[in-house]
Design a protein around this ligand. Structure first.
Ligand code: SDX
Length: 390
């Protein structure tokens, strides 16, 4: 309680990025947003309340949250000309490619509001990103299905508006499903931040050059798309499906992973920081059964996932390497039960992570001590040598 930190004692590599936003203890499996344990936020809060917490450092008052929610609702419409952007893309376009390129395109409509050092520009861009990224994501989904885009309905909550844009259509009224809403709200909260992961570090590095918030978030989306990072939730479903369709059985698959045949990995397992059970994975696993039961859905892939987890957790190969399920292991089963196509899973991760990216970008950009990022290198190449005279 001295207020001193490890940094003050000199135990920490001072080149490390300093942040007040999220704390992770990988050995203990602890995750806290601005000091609040993730399980308490996931059970009691909302996506926008947690977004405010991450960005401002404190939970909002009721009035602050109501005003924040209202400002986000009032900016959900995209400029009509952006529809031409979507019509230029093939219906087979991967939604993550649509998302990152649409964000760069979106910034061109706000050329007078991009100054990273202007607090009003930063606040307005924050609202526009939170409001419009879900709409762009839903458009990418509708585009892939050859269905008409819907306009947002600002009478709905953030999550219900997003669900309607994805699953509503022009021919009938959309009926809100409280089970889906609560499950998606919880999943989005679990993804909102995670300290210096690859995509957040990308957002901070790009932002440190003075690039605007749209450009920085677009770069973060591209980093997240990799199968070793956010793309893992899509890869897990593909892995579970291959195990089921091949008929090889879970045990044979685990042996292939241990023998590193064809570089196969147990997707959704392992983590750069957690060398224990990812606390988010535990929460997702608990809600997976509840969501499927309440939707009256039984998915054999959930059984495959649970068998895979049980075998892996008992196997020395995984125990020695401290490999446990991470946040991506069970999320896909729930997204699939909600009706999202597999290629939308990482898009859902991006919508979840958006507040964390924005919070880190603002923490970096508004800190006068911030210098342009330049990761250190240890040169291990050739010494000086002469160009041959010919
Ligand atoms: C996310 O950083 C974050 O916070 C990310 C994230 C966030 O919220 O932003 O938490 C989200 O990206 C979660 C991770 C999702 N990715 C996956 O599920 C892909 C599968 N996982 C692996 O690729 C891997 O575990 C990583 C990339 C996640 C972590 O890699 P590490 O910590 O660098 O581990 P490593 O590659 O050094 O592996 C150590 C050993 C190796 O074996 P040996 O060489 O010692 O024999 O463990 C093995 C690896 O082969 N290993 C795995 C494995 N992960 C590591 N073997 C099989 N399956 C795996 N998944």
């Amino acid at each position: 309680q001295t207020g001193l930190t490890a940094l003050d004692y000199g135990f920490v590599n001072t080149a490390a990025t300093k942040s007040r936003i999220t704390y992770i203890d990988g050995d203990q499996g602890i995750l806290r947003y601005r000091g609040y344990p993730i399980d308490q936020l996931a059970s009691n809060s909302t996506y926008l309340e947690v977004a405010w917490l991450l960005i401002h450092g404190e939970l909002p008052t009721a009035d602050e949250l109501a005003d924040f929610d209202e400002r986000v609702r009032r900016h959900t419409l995209l400029h009509e000309d952006l529809k031409h952007f979507f019509s230029a893309l093939p219906h087979t376009a991967h939604p993550m490619s649509v998302l990152s390129s649409a964000l760069s395109a979106l910034s061109t409509y706000y050329e007078n509001g991009l100054d990273p050092k202007d607090p009003e520009h930063v606040e307005m861009t924050t609202i526009r990103l939170l409001a419009k990224l879900p709409v762009i994501a839903a458009y990418a989904h509708k585009k892939s299905q050859g269905q008409a885009f819907l306009y947002p309905d600002n009478n709905l909550s953030f999550v219900d508006n997003f669900l309607r844009l994805n699953f509503g259509n022009m021919a009938e009224d959309y009926e809100v499903n409280p089970v889906l809403s609560k499950a998606l709200e919880r999943l989005l909260i679990l993804h909102e931040d995670h300290e210096q992961n690859a995509s957040t570090s990308t957002v901070r590095l790009v932002g440190s050059t003075g690039a605007n918030l749209y450009a920085s978030i677009s770069a973060g989306i591209n980093a997240l798309s990799g199968p070793l990072h956010g793309g893992a939730n899509e890869a897990v479903l593909e892995m579970l499906g291959q195990i089921q369709e091949s008929g090889e059985g879970v045990r044979r698959f685990v042996e292939r992973v241990k023998n590193k045949e064809d570089g196969v990995k147990l997707m959704g397992f392992g983590h750069r920081v957690y060398k224990n059970y990812d606390p988010r994975a535990r929460i997702v696993k608990e809600s997976a059964n509840a969501v499927l039961d309440s939707l009256g859905i039984s998915d054999p892939l959930l059984d495959v996932a649970q068998e895979l987890e049980q075998i892996a957790l008992e196997d020395d190969y995984f125990k020695e390497r401290r490999l446990y399920p991470n946040v991506d292991f069970y999320t896909g089963v729930i997204y699939k039960a909600m009706g999202f196509p597999t290629r939308m899973f990482t898009v859902l991760f991006a919508i979840g992570r958006l507040p964390g990216w924005i919070a880190h970008w603002r923490e970096m950009s508004l800190d006068p001590q911030t210098k342009i990022g330049r990761p250190q290198q240890l040169y291990i190449g050739e010494g000086e040598r002469q160009y041959p005279q010919r």
